[in-house]
Design a protein around this ligand. Structure first.
Ligand SMILES: NC(=O)c1ccc[n+]([C@@H]2O[C@H](COP(=O)([O-])OP(=O)(O)OC[C@H]3O[C@@H](n4cnc5c(N)ncnc54)[C@H](OP(=O)(O)O)[C@@H]3O)[C@@H](O)[C@H]2O)c1
Length: 232
């Protein structure tokens, strides 16, 4: 497949490496300098790629997605910190006839972690355990709490009706750690997901690109995974 990448940063580089390993062509990459307010997303660029990855930052993601939607593009977006804009982005993709798969976390290990959170939230709080989440990321990560932490908190709230205290640490080069703790006077239990690098996120994003090509509309990564798990 032919891929375009908006965002020439750490994830953009990792996606390019995984894409090439899997036999895809990266036909262009756009940096922030070439793309103020999404203006680098031209008809020519959008038309030359089967799938376009958007991994930039919270300040640029919405103009980029609206520009991609207007071009009818097929997009995999992993940028975090734009959940409030999802309704108008989804409307734009529906109007433009393209497709978008988005996720705050494209790691399959984190997807299974979400299932563990659901199960644990049903067991420990009713047994008297106090619960909190600590998420740790590298010093350059701009949004806090992380999109993954927000998802974990939402799952916890849905299961228990209580909000989840979240602490964010931004330091060093940590690729991403989420530690959910259930604490009681007698003991404590932790469920930890620790990314060893960015490869797992990039592999999930490329996997999503391989499956979204040719589709229309907006979906979350979990929906794509569920479809595959349901297949006979
Ligand atoms: N979903 C997942 O699985 C997952 C995993 C890891 C990270 N993320 C998220 O993905 C995003 C990128 O992460 P990262 O680690 O790659 O960050 P990064 O290394 O800072 O890279 C972001 C890149 O986007 C560029 N950029 C900013 N505005 C742009 C624009 N309008 N057009 C084109 N490029 C633009 C930045 O350029 P400048 O430096 O010149 O501004 C930078 O090179 C973040 O939101 C992060 O939270 C998601």
């Amino acid at each position: 497949m032919r891929f375009g990448i908006v965002g020439a940063g750490k994830m953009g580089s990792e996606i390019e490496a995984v894409a090439r390993d899997r036999g895809h062509d990266v036909v262009w990459r756009l940096s922030s300098r070439e793309n103020p307010e999404g203006r680098g997303i031209t008809v020519e660029r959008a038309g030359s790629a089967d799938v376009i990855f958007e991994f930039t930052g919270p300040a640029s993601v919405t103009p980029n997605l609206l520009a991609l939607a207007a071009r009818g593009a097929t997009v995999v977006c992993g940028t975090t910190g734009w959940a409030q804009d999802l309704p108008r982005v989804a409307e734009a993709f529906d109007a433009g006839g393209g497709a978008l798969v988005h996720a705050a976390n494209f790691s399959v290990g984190v997807r299974h972690f979400f299932d563990l959170v659901t199960r644990a939230a049903r067991l420990y709080p009713p047994a008297g355990y106090a619960t909190y989440l600590v998420e740790e990321h590298h010093a350059e990560k701009r949004d806090a709490p992380s999109g993954t932490a927000r998802t974990i908190a939402a799952i916890f709230e849905m299961e228990t009706g209580s909000s989840l205290p979240v602490t964010s640490v931004r330091a060093g080069a940590i690729p991403g750690t989420h530690r959910l703790v259930f604490d009681s006077p007698e003991d404590d239990v932790e469920i930890v997901h620790r990314a060893h690098g960015r490869r797992g996120f990039a592999r999930g994003a490329v996997w999503a690109a391989e499956r979204i090509a040719g589709r229309k509309g907006v979906m979350e990564f979990g929906q794509l995974l569920e479809e595959v798990q349901r297949r006979p």
